[in-house]
Write a protein that binds this ligand. Structure first.
Ligand code: FEO
Length: 393
């Protein structure tokens, strides 16, 4: 039932489509996901990456539509995270003579933690090559994009880069190429992917893109989403822009509220940004998706986070958001902390501290209001944010 799709003569897509998958480590995937794997038929038969464990049968069936999996000589593991390497065990069971090619030493160390003892490995230093017949594969380490073990595989004869996580998008599609689907949707998925996964490693990603720029590229085959064929320049240009992590002039207001007073403060801040012509989005954390908020935060110059004081800290939902923000730590943004309290403030100072640690500049004192917030309080907040925007311009 599951068939391979030939993407160039002798090179086949044999990945897994996760049509119904909606969530991966904190990131929502409303359009599903794809774990791409590629089969190269040469004198040696090479499988580039695998897929998540539960889809191993799908991958092996797609391989079987081209060749007997037992004939696979090499399994290239560009990255040991389980969405790409989770099926290596099953593939090895079907291809007992296969050697696993991985980065040396980081990939080797990771794969050894969960692949069976006795697995045959071929560790590769950055720049090492492997002749597989008419083709030679070159392995280039791209550490911390987004794990220490990451590498990409380049096939010069076909001008193909197997880029693993880089240039990926969480989307399941029936078509394999960028020019066969709605480009805006795919680019939007690529932005969300970068904002939620690559942000902390943008400097390393910039180096990787610089290296990729030197290659002759006909196809970029990522491990998630569609293959870049007609828009190679566009995705490289987008990554160069994203790697700079430069905010535009927009703002994001995120809040949790118990009885509406922190919400009113959030709306006062939002109105102030609107008054000053700043493009702003306001999110209630209880009904909004954190990974979508973070995507907007990536592009925002101003980020306001609000919570009432609850058990002497923030609401748990805002606490979770701050944890996520701290990990991603987008640099060069201006932060605002705000929120109401019943009998004592506290959450707002905590928000400010976390945002500061995450790299935000916090030019204003945290805004606090008693639960019985007043129009005068809202006006003060409105004015303060307007003045902040004036000062920053
Ligand atoms: Fe798509 Fe880092 O795994």
């Amino acid at each position: 039932m599951f068939k391979a799709r030939e993407i160039k003569p002798g090179i086949h897509w044999v990945g897994a489509l996760e049509w119904e998958e909606r969530y991966i480590h904190g990131i929502t995937m409303p359009l599903g996901s794809t774990n791409n794997a590629y089969l190269i038929m040469d004198e040696k038969i090479v499988l580039v990456d695998t897929c998540v464990g539960p889809h191993a049968h799908e991958l092996l069936e797609r391989v079987s539509s081209v060749t007997d999996p037992a004939r696979i000589d090499y399994i290239v593991s560009n990255h040991g995270e389980k969405d790409h390497a989770g099926s290596i065990g099953e593939v090895l069971a079907a291809a007992p003579n296969a050697t696993v090619v991985t980065s040396d030493p980081k990939g080797l160390a990771i794969l050894k933690t969960y692949l069976p003892e006795g697995t045959s490995f071929l560790p590769m230093k950055s720049g090492d090559t492997l002749s597989i017949g008419a083709r030679t594969l070159q392995f280039v380490h791209t550490p911390m994009v987004h794990w220490p073990d990451n590498m990409v595989t380049y096939c010069r004869e076909d001008s193909i880069l197997f880029s693993n996580d880089a240039f990926g998008q969480f989307i399941a599609t029936s078509k394999r190429f960028d020019d066969e689907v709605h480009l805006d949707t795919v680019l939007s998925c690529a932005k969300k992917y970068f904002a939620n996964i690559i942000t902390p490693y943008a400097k390393q990603a910039a180096k990787a893109v610089e290296a990729v720029r030197t290659l002759d590229l006909e196809l970029i085959c990522p491990a998630h989403g569609v293959i870049w064929r007609s828009n190679v320049g566009k995705i490289l240009g987008l990554y160069e822009k994203l790697c700079r992590c430069e905010p535009d002039d927009s703002a994001v207001v995120v809040y949790g509220s118990m009885y509406g007073s922190t919400e009113r403060m959030a709306l006062a801040i939002t109105e102030a940004f609107m008054e000053k012509g700043v493009n702003v989005r306001c999110y209630d954390i209880d009904v909004s998706d954190m990974s979508d908020i973070v995507t907007d935060v990536f592009f925002a110059r101003y980020v306001a986070v609000g919570s009432p004081t609850h058990n002497n800290t923030t609401l748990p939902t805002i606490g979770a958001f701050l944890t996520y923000l701290k990990g991603l730590a987008p640099k060069g943004r201006i932060g605002i902390s705000f929120g109401s309290f019943g009998w004592v403030p506290g959450a707002q100072k905590e928000i400010a501290e976390v945002m500061q640690k995450a790299g935000f500049v916090m030019p204003l004192e945290p805004f606090t209001e008693g639960w019985n917030d007043t129009p005068a309080g809202a006006a003060r907040l409105f004015d303060a944010v307007c003045n902040l925007v004036d000062d920053e311009e």
